[in-house]
Ligand binder design. Structure first.
Ligand SMILES: O=C[C@H](O)[C@H](O)COP(=O)(O)O
Ligand SMILES: C=C(OP(=O)(O)O)C(=O)O
Ligand SMILES: [Mn+2]
Length: 463
């Protein structure tokens, strides 16, 4: 059984920890500048909601978080590749068996293709079971002359364009917790219960290959087929490959949610976020002296930081010093999201500066957030070709500098939505009216996601 498929055993004490952590520095963020938070402290349900969260069991165990940090350490060393994927904004109504399992299946399908291309383990993470809070460019939204507060994710307010829906409601945090628990339960059942058998995942990919639009991936699909048949013939232990590690991740934006779910690990006496295994800081909240960087610097979880086109080498140096002062491999991931037009120009100086520091950073590419455009018919969208162009830029820049391009961060779904343009079986604007479902950013649909995995797999096999 490969190390990556070993299931971590949480300690009993960690498993039962409850009650918000009391630990020096965990409340320092409260006196620091903070962005993108709802003003709901005077809401009658604010205190009780936070208390409720602080009493619920942790969603993830500290022991699992430690295993993920180790996996990401392998990726820093170029021994594993990371795949993070899921909704831009999860929804409460999206907590259904069909929707969750098709997203997990799609991520597993992508991972098989990437594993083959990279000839390496793929560390799988869902933007799932907690990806509910959204930073917005504007505090207000105007439609047909009516202006209301922006939608900030269902953990804060409602999507409906009414005054009432847009009022922040702290009880939503409790609903987000329960939704995350239900999602994580299905993730665990699906990935630990034998349904993720490598052979089944590969069989699902045959459905994708049956579409004549994907004929150009035939050769790669056949190679994977042969590799699996070879493994079978050689007596590989497929029982062990029936289970796979799968981690949860979200943007740690809403600190009123993260704080009560931070717990002290009884083994080490150190604070862990137990809302997810991996947390990241968004592009809009990564100020070095801000609340988010301070709060996450105090947790043991592996941390990501989104890095956009305005980031400077000095910004990255300060983030490294604050978030990974010990230089631990796997602790810090930079998720670059430059946009296809800027990546080749902006990324090299950043990668070089990290190399000069000798800092162990994992570089992951988010080819989504720098490529958002508005379609002619008024939808927020992204072009498949731009997503691919950014990814190619990411691989080329790292290749030229001798740095390791360690992973992929996608907004995607397992459903047949129409939100991003293009792909071999192309989506065009006319499909948006019927199949545009996202409440925030446009996601690649099932087919587009798999196609991207085939294309990245080809690029990885050349590294
Ligand atoms: O998911 C990312 C951000 O929340 C999103 O891109 C912001 O979108 P907006 O510019 O529509 O506010
Ligand atoms: C808000 C997001 O991204 P960014 O912070 O990179 O804009 C996101 O990942 O949904
Ligand atoms: Mn997004």
């Amino acid at each position: 059984m490969s190390e990556l498929n070993a299931i971590p055993t949480p300690s009993y004490e960690t498993a039962v920890s409850s009650g918000a952590a009391d630990y020096p520095g965990l409340d320092d963020w409260r006196s620091l500048p903070i962005k993108q938070q709802p003003a709901w402290q005077d809401h009658p349900d604010y205190d009780s909601s936070i208390k409720e969260l602080s009493e619920y069991p942790p969603l993830v165990f500290a022991g699992e978080v430690d295993v993920l940090r180790k996996r990401l350490g392998q990726a820093v060393r170029g021994e594993a590749f990371v795949l993070q994927g899921g909704d831009c904004a999860e929804t409460f109504s999206g907590v259904t068996a069909n929707k969750i399992s098709s997203r997990i299946k799609t991520i597993l399908q992508m991972a098989v293709v990437l594993t083959y291309g990279a000839s390496m383990p793929v560390v799988k993470m869902g933007r799932m079971a907690g990806q509910f809070a959204k930073p917005r460019s504007s505090d207000m939204e105007t439609r047909d002359g009516v202006t209301l507060p922006s939608f900030r994710g269902e953990i804060i307010n409602g999507f409906d364009f009414t005054e009432e829906a847009r009022i922040p409601d702290p009880k939503r945090m409790v609903q987000a917790y329960h939704s995350s628990a239900a999602t994580l339960n299905l993730i665990r059942a699906f990935t630990q219960g034998g349904f993720a058998d490598l052979r089944s995942v590969h069989a699902w990919n045959r459905g994708f290959m049956a579409n004549p639009a994907h004929a150009r991936y035939d050769r790669l699909a056949k190679e994977i087929d042969r590799a699996i048949r070879f493994m079978e013939a050689a007596g590989a232990d497929f029982e062990a490959l029936k289970r796979t590690e799968f981690y949860s991740a979200h943007e740690a934006l809403l600190l009123d949610y993260e704080r009560p779910l931070t717990r002290i690990d009884s083994r080490t006496g150190l604070p862990y976020a137990t809302s997810a295994h991996f947390l990241w800081i968004g592009e809009r909240t990564r100020e070095i002296d801000g609340a988010h960087v301070d709060y996450l610097s105090r947790l043991q979880n592996p941390i990501g930081v989104k890095v956009g086109p305005n980031a400077s080498p000095d910004d990255l140096k300060a983030l490294i010093e604050k978030l990974n002062p010990e230089g631990e491999e796997g602790r810090l991931t930079f998720i670059s999201r430059m946009g296809a037009e800027k990546i080749r120009e902006n990324l090299p100086a950043l990668v070089k500066s990290v190399q000069d520091l000798g800092a162990p950073v994992l570089w992951v590419c988010d080819p989504m957030h720098g490529n958002t455009v508005t379609s002619q018919n008024g939808y927020k969208t992204r072009r498949f070709d731009d997503v691919l162009a950014e990814l190619r830029g990411f691989f080329d820049v790292h290749h030229e500098l001798g740095s390791y391009p360690g992973g992929l961060h996608m907004e995607m779904t397992g459903d047949d939505v129409a939100e991003c343009l293009g792909g071999s079986d192309p989506i065009d604007e006319s499909a948006f009216a019927d199949r545009y479902e996202t409440l925030c950013d446009p996601r690649l649909n099932h087919r587009q996601s798999l196609e991207l995995a085939f294309l990245v797999s080809e690029a990885l096999s050349q590294i």
